[in-house]
Design a protein around this ligand. Structure first.
Ligand code: GUN
Length: 285
């Protein structure tokens, strides 16, 4: 193995320990307990696991959490009513609607109902717009925010680097590209219709893969010494977790690489806690 691992578990633990101290301090000095309110619709197994982990992480950090669970056939009006109630509640600092929503929902309508200053997922059009303009007043979507923290913690030079992002989702790919651009990388954003993905990946000093396709990026598609960030979480036919990068071949070529599990995954929830605390702190300003 030539690549060094970027350990998302230990970086997460460090950030969460510091965060828990700040949360305790905020409670003791200002009487404010950061609070995250979460909406979960339907029975999607992965969403249930994510939400359970988010709620558990809040509890461990001293952040209060509220969960509203709805059956698959809940109406949009009912969910919008809950968001309006939480928007008006000064003791709630962050509101999150777990995605994907069932088909009857217009996701944009739901997300834009959340007050931008409580949108700790960073999915509201206003927060997306501020990120696009390179501003700092927005909430940054948690997964790409976590990736930036990983790059920062490893001292990766982003300025002028060739950064290639595979996957153009609103949750990861697009905000990831904007964050890398804001740090002066030359960014290529590849998507489902991109031709010759390997042509792009082989040029990447920093390669971020978020497509949801098991082991799609193999070692021969990676530039020697590159930083490889694997956002994918997939299951192999024998039930094991794996990323979008073929770790076995990639680790022989890359300089730095994130494992799956134990890489980007824990950072996503960590940055949600960071955003929730940030939102609570902003109420003091
Ligand atoms: N579904 C997958 N990732 C996310 C996320 O970061 N936030 C929300 N709300 N839903 C998701």
């Amino acid at each position: 193995m030539t690549a060094r691992l970027i350990d998302g578990i230990s970086l997460s633990a460090k950030i969460r320990d510091e965060l828990a101290e700040t949360v305790a301090h905020l409670k003791a000095t200002c009487g404010i307990t950061p609070c995250l309110a979460v909406i979960l619709v339907g029975e999607d197994h992965a969403s249930q696991v994510y939400v359970r982990n988010k709620v558990a992480a809040c509890e461990k950090a001293g952040i209060r959490s509220i969960l509203a669970r709805y059956a698959l056939n809940v109406t949009s009006a009912e969910v919008l009513g809950k968001i309006a109630e939480w928007n008006a509640d000064p003791e709630i600092h962050g509101i999150l609607v777990q995605l994907p929503l069932p088909k009857q929902f217009d996701t944009d309508t739901i997300l834009s109902a959340i007050l931008p200053e409580k949108d700790v997922d960073g999915f509201h059009a206003e927060n997306v717009g501020v990120l696009m303009q390179g501003g700092h007043s927005c909430f940054i979507p948690c997964t790409p925010y976590g990736v930036m923290k990983m790059l920062e913690s490893e001292g990766v030079n982003i300025d002028g680097a060739e950064a290639v992002v595979i996957g153009s989702s609103n949750i990861v790919g697009k905000p990831m590209a904007m964050l890398l651009l804001a740090k002066h990388a030359t960014v290529t954003l590849c998507h489902i219709r991109s031709r010759d993905i390997a042509f792009h990946t082989r040029r990447a000093d920093i390669l971020v893969v978020a497509v949801g396709c098991a082991k799609m990026i193999t070692g021969d598609m990676i530039k020697p010494g590159a930083v490889v960030i694997d956002v994918g979480i997939n299951r192999t036919p024998d039930g094991k977790l794996c990323g979008d990068v073929d770790f076995e071949s990639a680790k022989e070529i890359a300089g730095l690489i994130t494992p799956v599990p134990g890489g980007v995954g824990p950072m996503t929830i960590t940055m949600l806690l960071v955003n929730t605390l940030e939102s609570a702190e902003r109420t003091l300003k």
